[in-house]
Each structure stands twice: as structure tokens, then as C-alpha cells.
Design a protein around this ligand. Structure first.
Ligand code: SF4
Length: 85
């Protein structure tokens, strides 16, 4: 089975790990507009229910799963850290 590797350099995210790895068990990449308009609980665990939309270019996308280290919102989206380190 192929394992996907997500590399990320946003090191104030709860899911960021040494080596610039994302250790979230799943993430949701969305348009900036979607990210701005949807609450934190709308995230990767709900992905199958969401309608796809166009961003136009990479500057119009964001990681919806980002949550600041130490935030009290960790867990609101049902995303977990993988046990890979
Ligand atoms: S959840 Fe998003 S912002 Fe956070 S480490 Fe993973 S890819 Fe980066």
C-alpha cells in the first residue's frame, strides 16, 4: 500500500514535525474562500460531503487542517496525529 508523505514548512502548526513533515492522519486543502468562510470543525473528516471548487492558482489555496500549536481548538475537526515518530 502506498503511503503518502505530506511535506510542510508551517512549523507553528500542531501537526508539524521535525524534517518538515505533516503528521496529521488526514488533511483538507481548500480554497482560501472556503477556509475563510467555514468553521474549524469543517475539515478532512467531512471531505466526502464537500463540494469541490476551483482556486485558479496556488495562492488561492490553504491548508484547512492547520491549527496553531497549543490551541484549544485541537481536536474540534476530528483530525489526529499519526503515530509515526
Ligand atoms: S495540517 Fe496543514 S499546516 Fe499543519 S503541518 Fe499539516 S500540512 Fe502543514
Amino acid at each position: 500500500m502506498n503511503q503518502q508523505h505530506i511535506h510542510c514548512i508551517v512549523n507553528d502548526c500542531h501537526y508539524w514535525a521535525q524534517g518538515n513533515k505533516c503528521v496529521a492522519n488526514e488533511i483538507l486543502v481548500a480554497t482560501d474562500q472556503f477556509g475563510e468562510n467555514q468553521p474549524d470543525r469543517v475539515d478532512a473528516a467531512m471531505a466526502k460531503q464537500l463540494s469541490p471548487e476551483q482556486a485558479g492558482n496556488c495562492l488561492g489555496t490553504c491548508c484547512k487542517t492547520y491549527v496553531q500549536k497549543g490551541s484549544n481548538q485541537i481536536g474540534i475537526d476530528n483530525v489526529k496525529k499519526q503515530n509515526t515518530f
